[in-house]
Every structure is written in structure tokens, then in C-alpha cells.
Design a binder for this molecule. Structure first.
Ligand SMILES: *Cc1c(COP(=O)(O)O)cnc(C)c1O
Length: 306
């Protein structure tokens, strides 16, 4: 993949689907959903974009592979494992939490895809990338991908998502926020008449992940940005009965499946703000469906109708 071609995702499937909903008509809003969830079942949504320049750099520098970080249900780990296999690179996942408390289908899938899993304690994990000093061989040879792809390459890749929505020329771009890498990428391209609104999937402020706020400010974007903190439903990877019933209801009325960690909170938040009349009339709004549907496998069977 050194030529940067896209051999394993199908970007043409990421169409801008019009949302036909009474609340859009009532407020005269033109709302489109950018269906990044359709480009690939595993490297879905934003993950491909955030990884592509790391993959390319490892190839160009003739490195054996990537080393990255995540918890037992990290879509980022899953996508990295799959992408490295496709790109013919090795990969190592530094996993938050010891093995015994930490069996998940997702980590099993990562191992099956060839990722080498290194379990460390939660305390060690909190050190962040500094933990790699304990693994000098990995540290010297492998290209480090920060958690969630957060970094220059990740942002540059996520910036390409903007090209897919640019033809619609929205005034508002709504996206989910984990590490903020995707939001920074979108923001780096936004024009003066555009605002990127990040719906946080975690409680803010977050001691580990508060640096994206600074980063977003340092991008010198022409566009505006806003963080919406109040749709986290209890915090990262938490959920409530109301969120789950919204997911089923949303699927039944729009045919759009969501994941409970990120996109359900995003769509819930956008819809709620539309009902409250918080967006100016006649706005064009693009909601980024950033994928992540495989995360729903951690829910008990029958929780969702899809
Ligand atoms: C990983 C992920 C995010 C978070 O993206 P960041 O760039 O870390 O903010 C959002 N949505 C989905 C579906 C994801 O899998």
C-alpha cells in the first residue's frame, strides 16, 4: 500500500443520505448523514482515515509494523489489527488491564487477525506512551500510533473526511468525539461559514483527553468549533435505557443503525437540539456516521432490533 491507494475500504459507499424527519421539516433544516459506516465492516467510519498515514509511514520507513493502545472494546485496536494484516505489517496492541479481567470478543478478533497483545495494568496504562520505554525492542522498531490515532497523521487522514461532505456545503458539521482526532481533522478544513460541533462520548473535562481542546485551538482553523458535553449518558462506553430505546426507535424510523458508544449519543444529541430549536432555520447540517457498529457486540443479545 505504499502508493496510498485504498485497497480495502470502499469510499464510494459513503453517500450523503438525506434525513427525512418531521423535525427537519418543521425547522426547515436540510440534514444529511455521511454514511462512513458503510465503507467497511471492521475499518468502518473514521478509523480508516485516521490510520492511513501511519500505515503509509511505516511502509515508507521500512518498519516492521505499528504499536498502539486501547481497552478491551476499542474499535481502534480492531481496525488497526485488520488494516495491518491487509497492509502486510505486524502490529502490537498495548492493552489496558490485565488478561484475567479482560477477555473480550474484540480482543480475540484482534489476536486472530495477528495482533500481538501486551496486557498492562490500568496504573501502567495511565502513563500513556511513556510505557513503551519498558519495551525497548518495540519502542525502537515499531511506529507508535497514539490511542485513537490522535496525532498529526491521524488528523491529516481525518481531514480527508471533509472532502466527502464538501459538495453539500453544510454550515454545521456534527460529529462524535472520543480522542477528538476526527473533529480536529474536520476542523482543519472547515471554512469561515462552517462550524464543527463535537458531541462528547465521555464526561468532560477528561484528565487524559483534555489536550484536544488545546490542539483544536492551535489548528488555526478558519471555521468555528463547539463541544457539546451533555450527551455522554453516564460516561465513556456507558449507556442508559433511554439511549438503547432511542437506538431501536431510530433504526425503525430511519433505517440507520448506530453504536451505543459514539454514534447513538451523537444522533440523540443532534435530534434533541433540533427539537429544542437550537439550530438556525434553513441550516444545512451534515451528521457524520463514524461507524463503530461492531462495538454493539458487547451488549447482551436481543438488546437491539438490528
Ligand atoms: C473511534 C470512534 C470515534 C472517535 O473518534 P475520535 O477521532 O477519537 O474522536 C467516533 N465514532 C466512532 C464510531 C468510533 O469508532
Amino acid at each position: 500500500m505504499p502508493d496510498g491507494s485504498l485497497p480495502f475500504v470502499d469510499i464510494s459507499k459513503a453517500d450523503l443520505q438525506k434525513l427525512n424527519h418531521a423535525v427537519c421539516q418543521d425547522n426547515e433544516l436540510d440534514v444529511r448523514i455521511l454514511r462512513l459506516d458503510r465503507i467497511h465492516p471492521i475499518i468502518s467510519g473514521n478509523k480508516w482515515f485516521k490510520l492511513k498515514f501511519y500505515l503509509q509511514a511505516a511502509k515508507e520507513r521500512h518498519m516492521p509494523g505499528l504499536v498502539t493502545f486501547g481497552g478491551p472494546w476499542s474499535n481502534h485496536l480492531h481496525a488497526t489489527a485488520y488494516a495491518c494484516r491487509e497492509a502486510n505489517l505486524k502490529c502490537i496492541g498495548i492493552i489496558r488491564g490485565e488478561l484475567k479481567e479482560n477477555q473480550s470478543q474484540l480482543l480475540q478478533d484482534c489476536a486472530d487477525l495477528g495482533m500481538e497483545l501486551v496486557h498492562i495494568t490500568r496504573e501502567e496504562y495511565r502513563q500513556g506512551a511513556a510505557i513503551l520505554e519498558q519495551f525497548p525492542d518495540i519502542n525502537e522498531q515499531y511506529l507508535e500510533v497514539p490511542e485513537g490515532g490522535f496525532g498529526e497523521y491521524g488528523i491529516r487522514g481525518a481531514a480527508e473526511i471533509y472532502d466527502l461532505l464538501a459538495p453539500f456545503d453544510p454550515q454545521l458539521v456534527a460529529c462524535s468525539l472520543g480522542t477528538g482526532t476526527m473533529m480536529c481533522g474536520l476542523l482543519s478544513q472547515a471554512q469561515p461559514h462552517q462550524e464543527v460541533i463535537g458531541y462528547s462520548s465521555l464526561k468532560l473535562p477528561d484528565p487524559i483527553r483534555n489536550d484536544f481542546q488545546n490542539l483544536a485551538s492551535s489548528l488555526n482553523s478558519k471555521g468555528k468549533f463547539r463541544l457539546v458535553p451533555n450527551y455522554h449518558f453516564g460516561g465513556y462506553a456507558r449507556k442508559t435505557a433511554a439511549l438503547v430505546s432511542f437506538m431501536n426507535e431510530w433504526y425503525r424510523t430511519t433505517g440507520v443503525p448506530t453504536d451505543f458508544v459514539y454514534t447513538a449519543k451523537l444522533f440523540y444529541g443532534v435530534m434533541d437540539m433540533m427539537y429544542r430549536g437550537e439550530f438556525p432555520r434553513h441550516s444545512r447540517i451534515c451528521i457524520i456516521h463514524s461507524g463503530g457498529l461492531q462495538g454493539n457486540r458487547s451488549l447482551p443479545p436481543q438488546t437491539l432490533c438490528y
